[in-house]
Write a protein that binds this ligand. Sequence first.
Ligand code: VG1
Ligand code: CO
Length: 544
Amino acid sequence: MTRILTVPTQPIEGQKPGTSGLRKKTKVFMTPHYLENFTQSVFDAIGGVAGKVLVLGGDGRFFNDRAVQVILRMAAAQDALRVIVGQGGILSTPAASNLIRKRGANGGVILSASHNPGGIDEDFGMKYNGENGGPAPESVTDRIFARTQELTEYKILETEDVDLSALGEVSLAGMVVEVIDPVADYAKLMAELFDFDAIRNLFAGGFRMRFDAMHAVTGPYATAILEGMLGAPAGTVVNGTPSPDFGGGHPDPNPVWAKDLMDAMFAEDAPDFGAASDGDGDRNMIVGRGIYVTPSDSLAVLAANAHLAPAYAKGLAGIARSMPTSRAADRVAEKLGIEAHETPTGWKFFGNLLDAGRVTICGEESAGTGSDHVREKDGLWAVLLWLNILARRIEPVQQILSAHWAEYGRNYYSRHDYEAIPTERANALVQRLRDISGDLPGQSFQGLTVESADDFAYHDPVDGSQSARQGIRIGFKGGSRVVMRLSGTGTEGATLRVYLERYELDPSRHDLPVEEALAPVIAAAEDIALIREFTGRDRPDVTT
Ligand code: VG1
Ligand code: CO
């Protein structure tokens, strides 16, 4: 017995305008009507779901299974034609992006709070991607936000749960629920992009790798592709079974949260190559034997060597990086004679450039790298491109990096995060920087002279849209730089991110410890922004 209910409801405290998804404590999502209200806001903002095809899945975190059932019932109550859902409600973010594109769906709903921890006391999230497979642009997220403020009712079907364990199609009050293998289409795409024979030979020759799935969604993908299709020995993938609380850890692939991987890669008997991915599979971390590769360097190396993979053999149209990402990739673009773009933080800003064919490879300092194969960053894609390059160059990661720096110079890079600081203080710090930025050029701090300072405003060259106030950029003579901005993805207070960069052309100075190389830039950032005074902290919570 099924019937459609129209439930009266009230506006909710929803997503922040300008952010591409809603992330909240799981318990907030679990409060009565909250998930329903946000889902209704999304459906309303996209003009309803009647007659539409949607993709649905998430990273398997706590509440994923319940949320999928609610969204299916709401879509069915509102006459959606078909929902393509990953078996067990599972889909990585890049796999969902691929499915939307491949199946010509109208859009998709992805359940994840990405690298944030999961569990009843941790975080949950939901985001909407459009028909190009990418995060909804600001025009859509602003409409979603507006709907959350004026909602009065939602529609839902009252019925039993759909069995998502079996592949195939079932009808939910006339709507088709198509349960698919979450890995199959994605694995096929990867096999089209990369030289799987070369990578297979690499593993057959004894090359050893450790992939840490961090108990998150990439486990099944990595196991199927690396161990299944590419012949890497069993055990190459560790922490490969997704768990609702990610084994109690942060599924955040960086040296802090993937410390086990770092330890393994710096040990005596370290494997040749190490990698990790995040909660929803869109981020990546790359480690060679005894060397961590910063995401900014990884982007530059991938761009410089992409032609070694079949999908990019004809060259790249252009490279885009988010504004705080180091400028190492710009040097590669310059050498290749292709376009280089600097966009605000967040993958959605790459969408137009990718759709227009202006760029092929994109990256963010926060461990996000991807290409025009989907419209999200893609953790495993980055790992496979590295493997493809390693299979063709037959050189240790360390040597590839040294050669890269010798050719282009080295951009030393680090990010300092100050987490859960009172919002007013964080806002005051940024406002002050905005106010003084006009006076900074010409002034010197710790021996570094400011060359330029502004609050980054982006003008999208494809659709002409403007995005202002995207972060304070302070450039110094000689190529060093500090960027400061507030996180848009945190769920507690404000997070101040301080991005530090120093450019060094001289190869005799390419082997400095990163903290030492950046010491003057770190000190200058403190002098300019008075971080201690505003945050009350004398050191960052997380340094990556
Ligand atoms: C962070 C990163 C940003 C990334 C975003 C989403 O945002 O800095 O580069 O695009 O997370 O990543 P913020 O506003 O907290 O700095 V994920 O893996 O959530 O999709
Ligand atoms: Co993510």
